[in-house]
Write a protein that binds this ligand. Structure first.
Ligand code: BGP
Length: 477
């Protein structure tokens, strides 16, 4: 068995973590342009003031906006068959509700698509990777306002029409289920702070997040429906942040608690996007918490009419559940949980669990029976650039190799796995820390948390290794 002949080997990035050029060519501010960098203020600040120093380096990031040709050429050199990236909504509709799209923004991505086509690299496009236009957050209060549904659908339709000839694989939203976690609420635009506040301490309430999430589901379903009218060859995927959960002990109470959290956190969003309806346990949970999302008959029809056709997810780690609810968890690991004695951890305390990936693949394929794609996986490390321009990263090779071995086993188990996108295939700004020093790439970028450096690209040891993996279609690990 092993990987399919046309397996989509590739890498993944997101606009606000690589592009920079944050106000160039008509782009508006996105919510991520107002988050301060983590190294200077921990926890980070979110501030409506925009003229301060030390902001989240997305303002410069790795300057991909000006260097995309060089970066794509490096992806092609590794042999990428696919590349997942996101479009910055604020580049296309700078104020969120503009009448006409920003032509310069559309041209930029058109050039990216043309460059990918030159090397036969299949784009996998995330329509919204958390970075909603700031104007949508300030004027409309983000996804809490149902008017944003139409703004999103207009934005998505603009992309479908303009890029129809280039794209088959679309992802309406990145890690949509993160709205179950308070700390992701800003990113998904469920809230916007009126005053300065800290990134982690500004949790809004569950009800706000669940109402915003409903609007996001409706936006996704409507966009999928419109997209299919434009081109029936389009494929639409979920994008779930799948944190595989283990019970703390084999005590039945712990096992049950994990099972319920899994239903809510890992399954709800994919159930809605692939089956077209809210699952019973989620509806009950909302009822128990006194949350009325006002799901109308019309909403139910909309959800049914816009279901996705493949399952994608990010996988970095498993967690061993504490008995706390998500909203109450605190730990070095943003996802919470307790230390698993059987697993090693990354420098950022993320448990490394390749077998958990096989388990997850089996679990989701069994549940949905649609093609599966891994749209994020990788390890964040403090890489060192040697004087001779080399970067020795055996830990990255080991991490990815171990995950690929488990993917092979899952394929042998019968899972229809169609692609693998290594996260941050080129170094980029980390979301959870806001820093450059947590690097994921096969390609090193010479810049630091403050945007200093030459921005020169260097090939890490893992670059040559991944190239061989792709060349041999996963035979040569
Ligand atoms: C996912 C996000 C990515 C990426 C990744 C790694 O949740 O979709 O955008 O950043 O996590 O996380 P971090 O950057 O915090 O290491």
């Amino acid at each position: 068995m092993g990987f399919k002949e046309n397996f989509l080997w590739g890498g993944a990035t997101a606009a606000n973590q690589i592009e920079g050029a944050y106000l160039e060519d008509g782009k508006g501010l996105s919510v991520y342009d107002i988050v301060t960098v983590g190294s200077h203020t921990n926890p980070r600040l979110i501030t409506p003031k925009i003229d301060e120093e030390h902001f989240y380096p997305s303002r410069i990031s790795i300057d991909h906006y000006h260097r995309y040709k060089e970066d794509i050429a490096l992806f092609a050199e590794m042999g990428f068959k696919a590349y997942r990236f996101s479009i910055s909504w604020a580049r296309i509709f700078p104020n969120g509700d503009d009448e006409q799209p920003n032509e310069k923004g559309l041209e930029f991505y058109e050039n990216v698509f043309k460059e990918l086509k030159k090397y036969n690299i299949e784009p996998v496009v995330t329509i919204s990777h958390s970075d909603i236009p700031l104007a949508i957050a300030t004027k409309f209060n983000g996804w809490t306002n149902e008017k944003v549904i139409d703004l999103y659908v207009k934005y998505a339709k603009t992309l479908f029409e303009r890029y129809e000839q280039y794209v088959t694989y679309w992802l309406p939203f990145n890690e949509i289920n993160n709205l179950f976690l308070p700390l992701s609420a800003l990113g998904q635009g469920a809230i916007f702070p009126k005053e300065e506040c800290t990134f982690q301490g500004q949790a809004d309430d569950f009800e706000t997040r669940m109402k915003a999430l409903k609007n996001i589901f409706l936006a996704s379903a409507k966009a999928v429906k419109e997209g299919r009218k434009i081109n029936s060859k389009f494929h639409f995927g979920t994008m779930i942040c799948h944190i595989t959960r283990y019970p703390r002990t084999c005590h039945p109470d712990d096992v049950l608690a994990v099972f319920k959290n899994d239903l809510l956190y890992n399954n709800t969003c994919a159930d809605i996007m692939l089956k077209g309806e809210y699952p019973f346990y989620t509806l009950k949970e909302l009822e128990k918490r006194g949350v009325d999302i006002n799901l109308t008959e019309e909403d139910k029809t909309t959800l049914k009419e816009g279901i996705c056709d493949y399952y994608t997810f990010s996988y970095y780690q498993s967690i061993s559940e504490s008995t706390l609810k998500f909203d109450e968890q605190t730990s070095g690991n943003i996802m919470g949980g307790i230390k698993n004695p059987y697993l090693k951890e990354t420098e950022w305390d993320w448990p490394i669990d390749p077998v958990g990936l096989r388990y997850t693949l089996l679990k989701v394929y069994d549940r949905y029976k649609v093609p599966v794609m891994i749209t994020e996986n990788g390890i964040g490390c403090r890489d060192v650039l040697n004087e001779d321009g080399t970067i020795n990263d055996p830990y990255r090779v080991e991490y990815i190799k171990d995950h690929l071995i488990e993917m092979q086993k899952a394929i042998d188990d019968g899972v229809d796995l169609i692609g693998y996108m290594a996260w941050g295939c080129i170094d980029l700004v980390s979301v959870s820390t806001g820093e450059m020093k947590k690097r994921y790439g096969f390609i090193y970028v010479d810049t630091d948390d403050l945007g200093n450096g030459s921005f020169k690209r260097y090939k890490k040891d893992s670059f040559y290794w991944y190239k061989k993996v792709i060349e041999s279609n996963g035979e040569n690990l």
